[in-house]
Ligand binder design. Structure first.
Ligand SMILES: *Cc1c(COP(=O)(O)O)cnc(C)c1O
Length: 422
């Protein structure tokens, strides 16, 4: 099946007389005929459902749909993108381990990696996306467990060279985890370029309508966990009567451990109703992505020609430093643009406050056009040094072009610039 068909049909296959639309199974629990039946499911939770802290039929249908869209073998939804990033790491890292991450990633993930993981005893070494191979190799240590990057970085809008980083990670027998939020599987499938695990904040384009937060982890099933680097997967899990995930579940080891162990313990599993809403967003994802890309490119071209604009980052522009990488990895560059307005922080705020159609909000990749000022909002907690490393300047504005008529979007930007100039 092609993407548009998968978006409508994958994950839920109603039989004779069953509902056409994915049902909301709003139940925390499931009944069994006997104690022995329940015991058997505790022995092997993949047999059936026990409890909605870690599995629910509505959520699982959406998990299957997203896994199919990414070309993976399994997926697990979470209550937020942050929870997906956290669990994707904790699934294979313990205190005393280290990870390598691109420095151009979402601000929330920088906080998580640089501060919270550190408190848990996991060190993160940040590398430049365009560091040389030698520099990246030099960041590896004997305790490095994974490499992390973002397909299309939020808010830097740079493109991550997935294939290059995957090859380097694999030389060190560790997986590459890619946050594919902005691209969505419609614009890029990181597994096709060698990534091993994909995460998403489904809060953004996948949901698309700003109605509920969520995240997902998808497993390609391609990574070999048995190099000795991942005892969590290859040695008995005491908390699960000695199960060895790689022996019992083979290619599904990573994603099933995430559910059986981490989701059991952390419990950040979405409600059935949230998954139902996410599914509705996914149904129209290909149509929406196409239009976002079209509107995004038009606005990016306009901004590039605008005398109030110092620079524009949008990999769909031929002048963009990531244009070639964008051509390789992306089937379109989404509706998110970041640009630097002349006059710095003050003019940026004046421009943003003058917009009438575009809303000033902490969100991105929404169906409605919105703007955000990274330096004073999402990336407020970062030091000036970290801001530079994350590619953020005081005059930088992140513009998320929505699905309104392009003429109305342009008119709003024009009047905003006129007021900011005055
Ligand atoms: C928003 C975002 C996240 C965090 O997701 P939440 O759903 O807000 O927790 C992670 N990565 C990227 C690229 C994001 O844009």
């Amino acid at each position: 099946m092609k993407d548009a068909t998968k978006c409508l049909h994958a994950g839920y296959h109603p039989k004779n007389t069953e509902p056409r639309v994915l049902p909301i199974v709003q139940s925390t629990t499931y009944v069994y005929d006997s104690t022995a039946d329940v015991a058997a499911v505790f022995d092997d939770p993949t047999r059936s459902l026990i409890y909605s802290r870690f599995a629910n039929p509505t959520v699982m249908a959406v998990e299957e749909k997203i896994a199919e869209l990414e070309g993976g073998i399994g997926a697990m939804c979470t209550t937020s993108g942050q929870a997906a990033s956290l669990l994707s790491v904790l699934n294979i890292c313990n205190a005393g381990d280290s990870i390598i991450s691109s420095s151009e990633i979402y601000g929330g993930t920088i906080n998580l990696f640089a501060f919270t993981l550190k408190k848990l005893g996991i060190e993160c070494i940040f590398v430049d996306r365009d560091a040389t191979d030698e520099e990246i190799h030099a960041a590896f240590k004997p305790n490095t467990r994974l490499v992390f990057g973002e397909t299309l970085a939020n808010p830097a809008l740079t493109v991550f060279d997935i294939e290059r980083f995957a090859n380097i990670a694999h030389e060190h027998h560790v997986p590459l985890i890619i946050d594919n939020t902005f691209a969505t599987p419609i614009l890029c499938r990181p597994f096709e370029f060698g990534a091993d695990i994909v995460t998403h904040s489904t809060t953004k384009y996948m949901d698309g309508h700003a109605v509920q937060g969520g995240g997902v982890i998808v497993d390609s099933g391609n990574f070999d966990w048995t190099s000795g680097n991942f005892p969590e997967l290859t040695e008995p899990d005491e908390s699960y009567h000695g199960i060895i995930y790689t022996e019992t579940y083979g290619k599904m080891a990573y994603i099933l451990k995430a559910r059986m162990q981490l989701m059991r313990d952390f419990g950040c599993y979405p409600a059935a109703h949230s998954a139902f809403l996410l599914n509705m967003g996914l149904e129209t994802l290909p149509v929406r992505m196409k239009q976002y890309c079209e509107n995004g490119l038009k606005v990016a071209k306009y901004l590039e020609s605008c005398d109030m604009v110092e620079s524009v980052r949008y990999p769909g522009l031929e002048s963009d430093p990531c244009y070639e990488l964008g051509k390789k990895y992306l089937k379109g560059c989404s509706g998110v643009i970041s640009f630097v307005i002349k006059g710095g922080r003050e003019t940026a705020m004046k421009f943003m406050d003058s917009l009438e159609l575009a809303s000033n909000e902490v969100h991105v990749a929404d169906i409605r056009t919105c703007v955000l000022h990274p330096a004073s909002e999402t990336h407020r907690q970062l030091t000036d040094e970290q801001l530079v490393a994350a590619g953020i300047e005081g005059g930088m504005i992140r513009l998320s072009v929505g699905l309104e008529d392009i003429d109305d979007i342009m008119a709003d930007l024009e009047q905003g610039f006129a007021k900011a100039r005055g």
